[in-house]
Design a protein around this ligand. Structure first.
Ligand SMILES: Nc1ncnc2c1ncn2[C@@H]1O[C@H](COP(=O)(O)OP(=O)(O)OP(=O)(O)O)[C@@H](O)[C@H]1O
Ligand SMILES: [Mg+2]
Length: 504
């Protein structure tokens, strides 16, 4: 065995993150690590990578018991982790990031030599990168490739990916799969965390499932079907699948006319009525997020009009959008959704302080009740409302962001990739919340790259392509029909972006 974890335990303050983490990885194996939000996956891997110290249990590396006091020790033993939130230095080049901390001494006499080595490494991996590009200019996939190059250059024999594809496009995801298979074929061990059930069988050999901090299952992937996997993850049959209860659409609550914003958005016309859930499909880069931002007033529009609940919105700033009743649940919770340094309760109530204050003072009891309400509704795994939001697991952070906007009592909800990083069980809960909002008269626009989700949830499907609305389909339309509207077929028959250096 390359890596063996036995009975690993870890608590943070009063919170038990791991009760009994067990996992064994062989060389040349892609090992999937699955489990609900807050199950302890990231914590277990951070222990392996030397970022946290376990409270108990044993780590064996190549058969020997080890303890890593810090990430550098784990790295020199041959363990590297590719984090979802990139830890690279944006203002340095690709080559500098790959060889960070190893220049000026050791193997490199000159900068030129460093560049040459980086070039060779990138070529070996067949990555569409240049050694002298600035990392700040790279897409999320490009940044991951730099981290992979760094891991390979360090001679790592185990590479850990924590949800690598949750913010990637289709073609970037395929690229990550190719890389993972390539690493495995060269005899490296790979541990791979994901919530996307449909991608598992493409990459995985073995699967380990964590539930509430303990390993509850481990087997070759072929021995476990998807239902069995879900059962292990959530500890119950997930029979209660989401079902939409459509209501007759009411008044138009969001009306967009001829909206333009250079360089991308062109003549957008869209109406969403009370009670409707409109799904918005399209390839990454088609302008869906840009449209949400323009509606919310984060980005200025060049021309066109937006009306919410019958009132025109100048949308010069998000505050105006919020006051007129718009909520935006962003796709990037770390950057734009969550105040990681504030408590969970502050995050939930911050967009709606009026409702919990009287005469200028906050009613903390009310704040707490409100937070507990959402905790129950969305099953947020947390210790206390006073806990720092940044300390929650990735998926639970997303649920806090959703709660924040639910608490505003908005009438128009823009959900941009709402289920990103959320586990199978919680997805159903998020959809149920949308259904309830719609039944209570809200208008919902949901952007999603997961076609099955759009098919399941939307009453109507609007498709964007290259900054325009390319068509509209009824809810439940086939994936082929949606893709046809989403993809601009070039003469060569290739999908755009496939061959044109989407990395930089
Ligand atoms: N630094 C920390 N301080 C306090 N609690 C923490 C810390 N890191 C993790 N936790 C808690 O430990 C538990 C497990 O978290 P972890 O991030 O490992 O979950 P996860 O399985 O990766 O979930 P997700 O799928 O949502 O990313 C959670 O309840 C989380 O709140
Ligand atoms: Mg995690």
């Amino acid at each position: 065995m390359l890596l063996e974890l036995k009975d690993i335990r870890k608590t943070f303050g009063g919170v038990t993150a791991l009760r009994s983490g067990n996992l064994s990885v062989k060389p040349g194996e892609v090992h999937l690590l699955m489990g609900e939000n807050g199950a302890g996956k990231s914590t277990l891997m951070k222990i392996v990578a030397g970022m946290y110290q376990p409270d108990g249990g044993e780590i064996r590396w190549n058969g020997q018991p080890v303890q890593f006091a810090n990430p550098a020790q784990a790295a020199s033993a041959g363990i590297a982790m590719v984090h979802q939130e990139s830890l690279l230095f944006p203002h340095l080049t690709v080559a500098e990031n790959i060889y960070l901390g190893r220049t000026g001494s050791g193997p490199f006499v000159s900068r030129r030599q460093m560049l040459d080595n980086a070039r060779k490494l990138i070529e070996d991996q067949r990555f569409p990168l240049q050694a002298d590009w600035l990392v700040s200019k790279l897409s999320p996939a490009g940044k991951q490739m730099v981290e992979i190059c760094r891991a390979v250059s360090l001679g790592s024999s185990l590479l850990i990916f924590d949800e690598p594809t949750s913010s990637l496009s289709e073609s970037e995801t395929r690229e990550v799969f190719r890389i993972v298979k390539n690493l495995r074929d060269r005899g490296m061990g790979v541990i791979y965390i994901t919530h996307r059930l449909e991608e598992l069988r493409t990459v995985g050999d073995h699967v380990t499932v964590l539930r509430d901090g303990a390993t509850v299952h481990s087997s070759p992937l072929a021995e476990l079907d998807t239902q069995g996997l879900i059962r292990h993850m959530v500890g119950r049959e997930v029979a209660a699948l989401y079902s939409r209860t459509p209501v007759p659409p009411g008044e138009p609550l969001l009306v967009i006319e001829n909206l333009c914003r250079k360089p991308l958005l062109q003549n957008i016309n869209l109406t969403v009525r009370a009670g409707e859930i409109v799904g918005m499909a399209g390839l990454v880069g088609a302008g869906r997020t840009e449209l949400c931002r323009a509606i919310f007033g984060v980005d200025q529009r060049d021309s066109g009009s937006i009306a919410v609940c019958g009132q025109p919105v100048k949308a010069s700033e998000p505050r105006e959008a919020v006051q007129s009743g718009v909520a935006l649940i962003t796709e990037d919770r770390q950057k734009t959704g969550l105040a990681t340094q504030l408590s969970i309760a502050c995050n939930v109530t911050m967009a709606n302080l009026d409702s919990i204050s009287s005469y200028g003072t906050l009613d903390l009891k009310r704040e707490k009740t409100m937070t507990s309400g959402y905790q129950e509704k969305l099953r947020i795994k947390m210790n206390a409302p006073t806990q720092l939001a940044g300390r929650l697991s990735g998926g639970n952070q997303q649920k806090v962001v959703i709660s924040k906007w639910l608490a505003t009592g908005a009438k128009v909800f823009l959900f941009d990739e709402p289920t990103r990083g959320i586990d199978v069980g919680a997805k159903v809960e998020v959809f149920q919340v949308m259904d309830e909002l719609a039944r209570n008269g809200a208008a919902i626009l949901m952007v999603s790259s997961e076609l099955p989700e759009i098919q399941q949830v939307a009453d109507r499907i609007v498709v964007m392509r290259q900054g325009r609305i390319s068509g509209e389909l009824p809810g439940g339309a086939s994936q082929e029909d949606i893709m046809r509207l989403a993809v601009f077929e070039t003469e060569s028959g290739r999908m755009p972006g496939e061959d044109e250096g989407t990395i930089q």
